[in-house]
Design a protein around this ligand. Structure first.
Ligand SMILES: O=c1ccn([C@@H]2O[C@H](COP(=O)(O)O)[C@@H](O)[C@H]2O)c(=O)[nH]1
Length: 272
């Protein structure tokens, strides 16, 4: 999907919500464990209940890999289900990959070609040749970690090198790479105060913003400093939505939580 098509979906649905599918087998309702594929059944119920209120889903790959072959099969079934039932939805493989070019090419093929995700998260640490293989696909994006939501972001990302913070170097340098128009960036909602300066460097690119909800980030702050005239934001919430209830109506409750966020987003969109 192109950024333009994603923007159209945002205005149509009055939402820039991304629902995170971080499915922990120990946290799903126990009655699902008797199903052949409990993770997929959980995802299907969550997707059916929340799709009206969001424009994107973000399975975090760690939660699937942790379940071995069965986890990977659940991931494949989930992405196929989204493609088949809700082709207008934007999909993000939160895999945080990046390696020497030869290896990155394999990661890119897996997520962007074989599984057919619209985008994959990528760590910038190994530099240009580790990221460019992810940028070679039409209407597919690499979402580069710029300023992450966790406390450890202050260990390296905000450290000054030659008078400039490392995350700003990541933003500026990545703009010079081949097919850089296929870049989006991760900026944590817990770092909203940095967004004004970030927007001076990348005024147009989409930002994936995790950290609203369970990590304490505030939607209003993210919008105040990070929203562009084309919105340019995908705000993720995972645990606060998918684990809102452990009972048999978990999906319905998840839908209600997603709707609350969608309504807040519609309010922010009215300010544009
Ligand atoms: O800086 C980052 C980058 C990625 N994440 C991921 O987003 C979700 C957040 O989950 P919540 O339950 O809404 O806190 C999760 O998959 C993280 O691995 C992030 O939080 N921060």
């Amino acid at each position: 999907m192109s950024p333009q098509e994603l923007t159209e979906q945002i205005f149509k649905k009055q939402s820039f919500l991304c629902v995170g599918l971080d499915v922990d087998i120990d946290r799903i309702p126990t009655y699902l464990l008797s199903e052949d594929d409990p993770i997929f059944e959980f995802n299907r119920a969550i997707i059916d209940a929340t799709h009206k209120f969001c424009v994107a889903y973000k399975p975090n790959i760690a939660f699937y890999e942790a379940n071995g072959v069965e986890g990977w099969q659940a991931l494949e079934k989930t992405i196929n289900y989204l493609h088949h039932e809700y082709p207008e939805i934007y999909t993000i493989a939160d895999a945080k990959r990046g390696d020497i070019g030869n290896t990155s090419r394999m990661y890119a093929k897996t997520f962007l070609q074989d599984l057919g995700f619209d985008s994959v998260t990528v760590a910038p640490y190994m530099g240009k040749d580790s990221v460019e293989p992810f940028l070679e696909f039409d209407n597919r994006q690499a979402i580069l970690l710029a300023l992450t939501s966790n406390e450890g972001a202050f260990d390296f990302q905000t450290q000054q090198i030659d008078g400039e913070e490392l995350y700003k170097k990541v933003l500026k340098t990545s703009k010079t790479w081949k097919n850089s128009e296929n870049l989006m960036y991760v900026v944590g909602a817990t770092k909203a105060e940095f967004l004004k300066e970030i927007r001076e460097i990348i005024p147009e690119n989409f930002l994936l913003v995790p950290g609203v909800g369970a990590q304490g980030g505030k939607l209003e702050d993210v919008c105040k400093y990070g929203m562009t005239k084309n919105v340019g934001l995908l705000v993720n919430s995972s645990r606060k939505i998918i684990y809102a209830s452990e009972s048999s109506n978990f999906a319905e409750i998840a839908g209600a939580k997603a709707e609350v966020l969608q309504q807040q987003m519609a309010e922010e969109l009215r300010k544009l």
